[in-house]
Design a protein around this ligand. Structure first.
Ligand SMILES: [Ca+2]
Length: 279
């Protein structure tokens, strides 16, 4: 049988079976318009499960399958950076001229940021957890909401390119200067800050996280692009030096502040001390 005939036979089979499955798919899927405003932002759209969040006239709208869209934000202030995950909607809302991290938990709206800084970029929402960035001390810092309390995760002058949140796994990269093409990848999970990797590039757009894996594309020793993965159970990227109290691999004033704030605490003598309470 010639190559041409083989190809024709395959093509006939494709027509017979391929066409049949296309017809079923077309009957099962339909579409509808779910917004009706006149100022829907073309850059704001998020979907999770049967929920869609978007911004119309600066307001956060939530559409749930089978329902009409409803406004989630307060109606007075401009909103952006909308995300939806597991029935929880997050966004940045301009209050008093500064963008604040907001969260709607299905019952009401909660402001997660403290109003002092003008938040940057999008809200990240996953499993009731949230992360966002605020400029503090001349650089953008990452803040994390674990569902109950807010924590400032970073406190340095490094630049951050990519921040990801998947479940309770928060991942980001940072670099010092543009002159040195080098990124450092960190993660924060279960109140533990971990240094994951040094990557010899200043442009680390391909950084992603599942709930247990961190993946990125970076150069190998031959400067070829390769895929890397970080996960628990592999050898640590580097040892945590003695005296590094907060686990950021640096020994600086932050560690000293933690030690001094707990100076002479004795949990055997005074277990009721706040510093002795389980997290
Ligand atoms: Ca430290």
């Amino acid at each position: 049988m010639s190559e041409r005939m083989k190809f024709s036979g395959t093509f006939v089979l494709f027509l017979m079976f391929g066409h049949y499955s296309f017809a079923v798919a077309a009957a099962e899927w339909g579409n509808q318009q779910i917004s009706s405003g006149v100022m829907v932002s073309p850059w704001e759209l998020a979907v999770d499960g049967d929920q869609v969040a978007f911004v119309d006239g600066g307001q956060v709208m939530l559409w749930v399958v089978g329902q009409t869209p409803r406004r989630i934000s307060g109606g007075q202030n401009s909103c952006r950076g909308t995300q939806v995950s597991g029935g929880i909607v997050g966004w940045m809302e301009q209050i008093g001229g500064k963008y604040q991290a907001m969260l709607w938990d299905g019952q009401g709206v909660r402001q997660l940021s403290d109003g002092r800084h003008d938040g940057y970029g999008d809200m990240l929402i996953s499993d009731g957890k949230a992360a966002w960035q605020e400029p503090v001390g001349g650089a953008r810092q990452i803040f994390y909401w674990d569902g109950q309390a807010r924590t400032q995760i970073t406190a340095n002058m490094k630049s951050r390119e990519v921040v990801r949140l998947n479940g309770n796994l928060l991942v980001w990269n940072e670099f010092g200067t543009y002159a040195v093409p080098r990124s450092h990848i960190y993660c924060y999970q279960d109140q533990q800050l971990t240094y994951l990797a040094r990557v010899e590039t200043s442009n680390l757009g391909n950084l992603w996280a599942s709930r247990s894996l961190v993946v990125w594309i970076g150069p190998d020793s031959m400067d070829d692009a390769q895929v890397f993965v970080a996960m628990k159970g592999l050898a640590p990227a580097t040892k945590r030096p003695d005296g590094d109290v907060n686990g950021d691999l640096k020994i600086d004033l932050q560690d000293f502040m933690i030690v001094s704030s707990n100076w002479l605490v004795d949990c055997a003598e005074t277990p009721e001390n706040a510093a002795c309470q389980p997290e």
